[in-house]
Ligand binder design. Structure first.
Ligand code: B12
Ligand code: SF4
Length: 484
């Protein structure tokens, strides 16, 4: 079958606030690449289109020229408003094209999305590889779709959820993601968090055993690990074929199983593979020997989701971590010679403006190489979202397009803070963090590649806009004060 797999058309202004648009980039989508690889292995022809490179009408043209018989679209909640018009125009162009969607947004609210358009034939719920393969097989043979697990399909006017799809036990049965179907040379990373280019992303595991309030646990609490040899095979494949100089692991909890991490490090060293890598770890799951082994094998940066500098709010978020554990993890990481990227959120239920200021101070104390500050976003499917829907915690925009963590306005406002205060905290956080002479010196004496030099210039542009916004907000306050 001829299948078009697409990320719907989007641009930096859909996911980024004005001040950070300049540092925005476009990464490939690993989930859709996995689906593409499995469908290709099953004998189908695949057209892979990235919405960052094409408008709706460009996509339509390409889908028509490809003579697609099926269209699969990647949907996170924020992209639904881009995906729906595309699906509708494809159906209008050719009603025989079978349309299906998958991804986090599709999985979290399938009935809601399906009810919003007649143009959609099926939704793949959860892990997509096996369900998509069986779905397309059944469509091709004209068989009943309701016998396939992991779907939402239509039966006349009725929506039918088929039995849940079991998650794959053995991730090593999967082919490598179909990066070769993507226009890899057109992607470029956003300027934060990357030491050099080319950078390619991959995963060594799926799942996380945590239970954070704001996290959508599509893969559940069971962590499935890939064979370390196969992980390094994939790293080597990117180094040899795409000239990768950095690998970005998007695992939710890379350091969950130390033996797994040691085995990956040993395999990298045994092969003499020269590539830097970046991972996310939980602060309660690292120790000195592990960090030393990671450093030796090329790990240059670890991302820790710190979230808040106030213990009470870490408890609200159900992080199950203490501030001291975080301090220790960051200290050990730095002393092993690995840089840290730490992320923080504002607008936690119960948080006040003053608490937010304490978070900024905590971030400064940790002194990571790179940082990000987000307004908290209740994504569908998370305990936070469910609470907000019941009238707990605060108020939220009903518009799915507002569900980005990097936009100009917060999607969610807790009862204890205003939207303006959240955005002000974000601005204060970046300016207070970066505009420290000691920190500037640290960054300028640690430039790892020409790419990072460019990142510093672009980052300076963002900071300039933030400082101007800050002045303008102070000026507005002074003027409204003098009027009253
Ligand atoms: C890597 C990643 C990114 C990367 C790559 C983006 C990308 N397009 O994949 C970057 C950093 C660029 C990114 C950006 C953003 N991301 Co992001 N990202 C992730 C992350 C960490 C991993 C995703 C991943 O690759 N998982 C592994 C693969 C194998 O799983 P998967 O993606 O779920 O795919 C499987 C199934 O979903 C399904 N499937 C997926 N697509 C399709 C399509 C079809 C047709 C079918 C049938 C099935 C199917 O099959 C796949 C294989 O099993 C997740 C969090 C997480 N832990 O999952 C967040 C996550 C997906 N991102 C999220 C968000 C919000 C964003 C941003 C909007 C943030 C922002 N404001 O910038 C942007 C959106 C950019 C964009 N256009 O996509 C949210 C989505 C929430 C939601 N409910 O919709 C998540 C869940 C994180 C979170 N905060 O909770 N992201
Ligand atoms: S530790 Fe990270 S991936 Fe795990 S539940 Fe918490 S936020 Fe989600």
């Amino acid at each position: 079958m001829r299948i078009a797999l697409v990320v719907p058309p989007w641009g930096p202004d859909d996911i980024r606030a004005k001040d950070t648009r300049g540092i925005s980039g476009c990464w490939p989508t690993p989930g859709l690449q996995y689906v593409a690889a499995v469908l290709r292995d099953a004998g189908h022809d695949i057209l892979f289109l990235e919405g960052f490179f094409y408008s709706n009408s460009d996509m339509l043209e390409r889908i028509r020229d490809f003579r697609a018989e099926a269209l699969g679209v990647y949907v996170i909640s924020l992209l639904w408003d881009k995906a729906r018009p595309l699906i509708e125009s494809v159906k209008e162009m050719d009603p025989d094209i079978f349309t299906f969607i998958g991804g986090h947004g599709a999985t979290a609210m399938p009935e809601t999305l399906m009810a919003e358009t007649d143009a959609l034939d099926a939704i793949v719920i959860g892990e997509g590889e096996v369900s998509s393969r069986e779905l397309i097989d059944a469509v091709e043979k004209g068989e009943e779709l309701s016998r396939i697990s992991g779907l939402l399909v239509k039966d006349g006017e009725r929506l039918v959820r088929t039995p849940p799809r079991e998650m794959m036990d053995d991730l090593d049965r999967l082919p490598f993601p179909a990066v070769d179907l993507c226009e890899m040379d057109r992607y470029y990373p956003s300027f934060e968090q990357v030491s050099t280019v080319p950078v390619v992303q991959m995963l060594a595991s799926r799942g996380c055993n945590g239970s954070c309030l704001y996290c959508y646990k599509m893969y559940g609490k069971r962590i499935r690990l890939r064979d370390p040899v196969r992980v390094v095979d994939e790293m080597e494949y990117y180094v040899r074929n795409y000239g990768a100089r950095e690998i970005k692991f998007w695992d939710e909890h890379f350091s969950y199983d130390h033996e797994h991490v040691y085995a990956i490090c040993d395999e990298i060293l045994r092969r003499g593979l020269k590539v830097r890598w970046w991972v996310s770890c939980r602060a309660d799951s690292v120790d000195r020997p592990l960090l030393r082994a990671m450093k030796k094998a090329g790990c240059w940066c670890i991302n820790y989701g710190v979230e808040s500098g106030v213990q009470k709010h870490l408890d609200t978020l159900m992080k199950h971590e203490t501030l001291d554990q975080i301090r220790k993890a960051v200290r050990l990481t730095h002393s092993a010679g690995i840089k840290t990227h730490t992320t923080y959120i504002f607008g936690i239920p119960g948080e006040t403006f003053e608490d937010g200021l304490r978070t900024i101070e905590f971030a400064k104390e940790l002194n990571s190489f790179t940082v990000e500050f987000f307004p908290i976003t209740p994504f569908p499917g998370t305990p936070l979202y469910k609470g907000v829907m019941k009238g707990l915690f605060g108020t939220m925009s009903n518009n799915l397009s507002d569900q980005g963590m990097l936009l100009d306005r917060p999607c969610f406002v807790p009862f204890t803070m205003s939207a303006d205060e959240i955005m002000e905290l974000r601005r204060l956080a970046y300016t207070r963090y970066f505009l420290r002479p000691g920190f500037l010196l640290y960054r300028l004496t640690n430039i790892m590649s020409p790419f990072q030099l460019r990142a510093i210039f672009h980052g300076a542009g963002s900071l300039f806009i933030m400082v101007m916004e800050q002045f303008s907000s102070i000026w507005k306050r002074i003027r409204s004060g003098s009027r009253s």
